[in-house]
Structure formats: C-alpha cells, structure tokens
Design a protein around this ligand. Sequence first.
Ligand code: ADP
Length: 542
Amino acid sequence: MTMKGQMMGMPLLISSIITQAVKHYGNNEIVSRRTEGDTHRYTYRECELRVSKLTQAFGRLGVKQGERVGTLAWNGYRHLEIYYGVSGMGAVCHTINPRLFADQLCYIVTHAEDQYICFDLTFLPIIEAMAAQVPGVKGWICMTDEAHMPKSSMPLLCYETLIEAESGDYEWPVFDENSASSLCYTSGTTGNPKGALYTHRSTVLHSYASALPDSLGCSAHDVILPVVPMFHVNAWGLPYSVPLVGAKLVFPGPKLDGASVYQLFEEEGVTFSAGVPTVWLGLLQHVQANRLKFSTFRRTVIGGSACPPAMIKALNALDVEVIHAWGMTEMSPLGTTCKLQRKHDKLSQEEKQHILEKQGHAIYGVDMKIVDGEGKDLPWDGKAFGDLLVRGYWVIDSYFKSTESPLRDGWFPTGDVATIDADGYMQITDRSKDVIKSGGEWISSIDVENVAAMHPAVHMAACISIHHPKWDERPMLVVVKKPGAELSREEMLKFFEGKVAKWWIPDDVQFVTEIPLTATGKMLKLKLREQFKDYTLPTAHA
Ligand code: ADP
C-alpha cells in the first residue's frame, strides 16, 4: 500500500489565476477594442475588482453554484470578467459560438439550461430572434453601459449598471477542484452539438502546461493577442494562461479583418498571437499587398485545422515563428505543439521546416497513440497511420448530460487519422470523415491541399472525394483564386507533378468564389461534398 503524503490539499481553482495576476502583475494591462467602437484599457488589478463586483451581481440575480451563465461575445475585457466571475463563484461559464445557425443556438441554450445570457451589442439581433424559443433564460445582459444600451422590445439588463451597484468586497469561495467551471459545445458539423464540460482542475492544469516554453511559451515579457475567439474552445485557454504568466493581454473585439488586426498589433506592440489558418490568410494578404512589416510580432500559434506549409513560409519570411498546434474542444483544446529540439540544431532549414509542418509533440498531461481498425497499437515510425486516441488531465470523460461513454478502453477517439514518428512528432493526415479512399488506398486530403496552397494564384483550396465507378473515390480540388490571379485547371493539375504520388493528383479542379467555412473558421468539406455529390468526374468514363 502507498503512504499518504503530507502536502497541502489546496484545490486547483480558476480564481487563483486572476489572484496571482493581481498580486504579481497588478499594473500590467488588458487592452480591448470594444463593440462601442473605442479602445478600452485597464490593469489586472482593476479587472479583478470588477470581476468581484460582477460575481456579487450574479449572486444578487440569484445565480447559484453549478448553474450555467451563457455568453455571446467577442474577445474583450468584459468577456474575460465573465470567465473569471462565473467560474470563480462556482457557476459554469458557457461560451456560445454566435456563428452557429439559429436552431443550433436554441438547442445549445436549452440543453445547457443557461440562466442568464451576457451578449455583446453586435449580437442583439441573434438574441431577439432566439428569446421566444428559449423561455428558460431568466434574463439577457447587454455587455455595455447605460449610454449605449440598444432599443429593444425585450427587457434587457445593463452589464455596467449591474457592476456599479456592487462593492467588490468579495472573497473567492473554495470548493472541490473537480467542480464544473465552463462549458463549450462542439460546432457539430453532423448531428447536434455536444457539450464538453471542463473542470477547475482540468483548466488550471491545461493553463500550466500550455504556458510552458515548448508548448505555447507565454511569458510576462509578451504582449499577447488571441485572435482565436473566446467562444472557440476558450480561445485555446489563453484567457487563463496569459494572466497566469502576467503578460499584457490585447483583445481585438469584433474587428478581425487583416487591416484591423495588423493595426492593433502595431499599436499595442503585440509579440505573440494565435488563430486558425483562415484568419492568417486575411492578415497575410493585407501585409503582403501593402508591403508592410511587423515591428514587434514574432510568434504565432496556428491550429484548428492543418496549417499549410506555404503559410508557415510566408510568416517566417516576415520574421514570425509559427507554432503548429493541434487539439479539439474535447481536449480543452491543446493536445500537441510543434517545436524543435536541441538535436535539430544541425539540420538544414528545409529539414527543420519539414518537422515544423507536423502537428508535433503531446504536451505533458496528454497521452496519445495510434491504432489500426482492430484497435491494435501502431508503431511510431512516421509511416504507419491510424486512428488517433488520447487521454489526459484535460480530455473529456463524457459529454454534458450524456450517459454514453465516448471512450474506447479509457481512450478518447479523436476522429483524426495520424502518423507518429520515432521522436514522438505527430502528423494529422486527415479527419477520418475527410479521408479519400481510392481503390482501397488512402489519400490525405490535407497533403493535397498543402501542395495546392503553394501555388501563388491559390487563395484557398479544399480537396474532397468524388464518387468514381472504378476507384470508388477520387480526389477533386476546389479552389478559390487570389483576387485578380489567373489559373487554369490544367495549370493547377500540372503543379502537382513531382510533388505528390501520381495517383494522389486530383482528377479535376473546380474554381469557386468562396469555400463555405464552419462556425470555427474551418473549410466545411461536408457542404462541398454535398454540393458536388452528383458531379461526374471527367475520368469516370475513361
Ligand atoms: P469543431 O470542428 O467543432 O470546431 P474542434 O475545434 O474541436 O471542433 O476541432 C477539432 C478538430 O480540428 C480536430 O479533431 C482536427 O480534425 C482538427 N484540427 C485541429 N487542429 C488541427 C491541426 N493543427 N491540423 C489538422 N487538423 C486540426
């Protein structure tokens, strides 16, 4: 039998993060572009005072521990206050993705049983359209002051008025670290969205691990701007890991176009950022078109979908290091980050680049493996690919209100297909749903897309499977050209020669003006497959 140790049993609670920020970095800034149109700035110390007042206000409204408070909001200081206030008091902060369809929003709010919903001015039309269908919501809190309260037929509460009424004299309650802290639904490209219910413990451990130098590497030296929304898996944990290290925090509010983000980077001296590839496309286009440079911006995390090597190169050319990361809502979300090790110092630039294109190492706290169709472990040789399974301190055990276990022998199946090399670097070849099976062999749609993205005329490219009478499925490339660029089908196909195996070259190319995106900014290949489901490939009759 083991012996019980004699260390304090202090629970891991989210409130300790903001307390740490105030005690040690109290004067460091949080800067936010607001929906009101201006820029707001204050310190961690001022932030915590308002968080305390907000907590008192929620108490006065009758919110109890364990109950859910929803948010429909951009990245901003009020959203941050709700993160800490709601979780800190022992209630559950439910971030809602406003880009979801109306019926999904109603489903989520009803399923979560949100008591109150806090929303940014921008989202008034959404809540007005939704309110009648979600009678369980007791009140709607508009995240602004009296002067900016919108006209509405609905009774609305004013965020600033609620805060002003309180003293801020509040002590953080201490409770079980396994208590629920926040709730985030998967965007549910198929079926109803499912809720991942995080705990204080999982969130604190995730923040700890993600701040490590070879994870995201956050430090008090940094000025950090999460472009990834706080409604997309808690902005990958940055609202926790940034205050934990005391860095200056910059929030972009509703303006996420290239020009606005660039301006904010320059004005606030941003050193580090994070976002999905589609966001960087916009920023890169703005910077390249106007021949701009970044004065302070040096590192960014890119994840959520595969980061095309062409994007890594383009950012490197602007002196920006790219940290490729992989994760998912069910994993809080961070699973892997890609960084080089000392032993790689002697490699050529090209060899280093090749490694950095992978999704990388599991960060401490996450364990991963790949298995074949029968569930048997596959070797870590960088060649064998199979279903990627994970387990860890911040991986879900089951979905909110579901009694069915999604686990396989204690492991969570990610739905991704991957290889892992002998050094432990993982590379996603595809989502299992997106894999193209041609004559019984698999083609990685991500690899095909990555090659297409290297063509200077390509803005965005998706590779999807199309039915083929002989091969079952063959790849087809759907391309959005850069504005003003010329590109023919033949030229595009020729570009693949020598870059991928011959039978991986798509059978056809379709040019479109737009590729549909999911609520989290990923290419919605399901929709594309539907769109082209009756399409006959020119090779079908050959
Ligand atoms: P949703 O699709 O609902 O937005 P998530 O944001 O949780 O859900 O998406 C998780 C999925 O995104 C992963 O299972 C994986 O397929 C994909 N993904 C995330 N990061 C990467 C990456 N760096 N490379 C390839 N795929 C990624």
